[in-house]
Design a protein around this ligand. Structure first.
Ligand SMILES: *Cc1c(COP(=O)(O)O)cnc(C)c1O
Length: 382
């Protein structure tokens, strides 16, 4: 079976972790600090703060920006639940804006309609590894003094015109086992703001300024030295792993374009293909079974959008949805302020949740694997 994800771990990672174990320094040592410096470098930012997960990164980024009760954060419902959960955990209110049909990322033309006097931040998600339209989001946020917190958990090394994601706003990354680089579990916050970085460091470590001097109420969301050591090895492989994902996706698109709806990469954008996601308008379950029968693992990211999740349905007073209206010809129009609605549904998001299907694209795929995936998909189209 070709798996949908496959962490790339070798003897270097093993050696690095064993060295940490032999050293006896398992926490708060040089590995995490060195990993932070290296991560900041590749993101073109001054500071990077390592934490225990991507969720912790999102949560602490919100807290460090002082976002909480009474504040609204504009985001997307087409993401992993952690994006919006972090907003709820901080005590703030998610405002879900519909997505672009082709990139699956937040639709900037709808963000303006979602603004209110309580809006404090925009949290775009670089879903599947395709960067959001950051130029438009920054131009909306900057004059209004809004914070941008990028959920870059799927987008390590993604760029727009050479500028890395995580450097447009406060960046949040995950190193969970299936991500483009991994430390098992882990996360990182990136920023150019030294005082924000200091608050993040306080919050991840019980609010301790020095040992046993607590200037804030914080958490324990630190990264271990074993994770830091893994990260230091993985980060040096990231470029190569990313190039392989991009090459794999190019092969799939070359052989599947016109057969199914393949993913797009906007001009000037470096899509790092955390997922290679096609659209299956009908009988998606049969596709999943059919591909499985041919030895091809698939996944659906995500079968339910966040606003459709049971918890969110039960607590619908805790969020808002902003979508474009259906025009008379049945198409959804965006960018028209008069045609924006503010209610409980997100048609483009909901349609995507019904149709998307991710195929394996990870760096361990061989040419034979890729050919098998192409044959499998083509067979289902006949
Ligand atoms: C993985 C992921 C997260 C959460 O990261 P964890 O490390 O699993 O906590 C958040 N947002 C998105 C888009 C993700 O893919």
């Amino acid at each position: 079976m070709i798996p949908i994800a496959c962490p790339q771990l070798g003897s270097e990672e093993q050696d690095a972790v064993l060295r940490v174990l032999a050293s006896g320094q398992l926490a708060q040592g040089e590995c995490v600090a060195a990993f932070e410096r290296r991560f900041a470098e590749i993101c073109h930012v001054r500071e990077a703060v390592a934490v225990s997960s991507g969720t912790a990164a999102l949560h602490l980024a919100l807290l460090a920006h002082d976002i909480g009760a009474g504040d609204e954060v504009i985001t997307t419902a087409f993401s992993f639940a952690a994006t919006a959960n972090a907003i709820l955990l901080a005590g703030a209110t998610p405002v879900f804006v519909d997505i672009e049909q082709d990139t699956y990322t937040i639709d900037p033309s709808l963000v303006e309609a979602a603004l209110s006097s309580r809006t404090k931040a925009i949290m775009p998600v670089h879903l599947y590894g395709h960067p959001c339209d950051m130029q438009r989001l920054v131009s909306l946020a900057a004059p209004r003094g809004l914070v941008i917190i990028e959920d870059a958990c799927q987008a390590h090394a993604a760029q727009i015109d050479g500028k890395p994601v995580g450097s447009f706003g406060t960046g949040c990354f995950s190193f969970y086992a299936t991500k483009n680089m991994t430390t098992g579990e882990g996360g990182m916050v990136t920023t150019n703001d030294a005082s924000l970085a200091e608050r993040l460091r306080l919050l991840r470590n019980h609010g301790q300024k020095q040992r046993y001097c607590h200037v804030a109420v914080g958490y324990n969301l630190r990264m271990t030295e074993m994770q830091g050591a893994l990260g230091l090895v993985q980060i040096e492989k990231l470029e190569q792993l990313t190039e392989r994902r991009i090459a794999n996706s190019a092969f799939l698109t070359e052989n599947l374009a016109g057969v199914v709806q393949t993913p797009i990469s906007r001009r000037g954008y470096r899509h790092v293909f955390h997922q290679y996601t096609i659209r299956v308008p009908q009988k998606r379950e049969a596709w999943v079974r059919g591909l499985r029968d041919r030895g091809i693992g698939t996944a659906i990211h995500y079968p339910l959008a966040i606003h459709q999740q049971p918890f969110y349905r039960e607590h619908c007073g805790q969020f808002r949805c902003v979508a474009a209206c259906e025009s008379t010809n049945g198409a959804y129009t965006t960018g028209n302020m008069a045609a924006i609605r503010n209610m409980g549904s997100l048609p483009v998001t909901e349609m995507a949740a019904e149709q998307v299907l991710s195929l394996p694209v990870h760096p361990a795929l061989s040419r034979e694997d890729l050919t098998m995936i192409v044959r499998g998909v083509r067979a289902l189209c006949d």
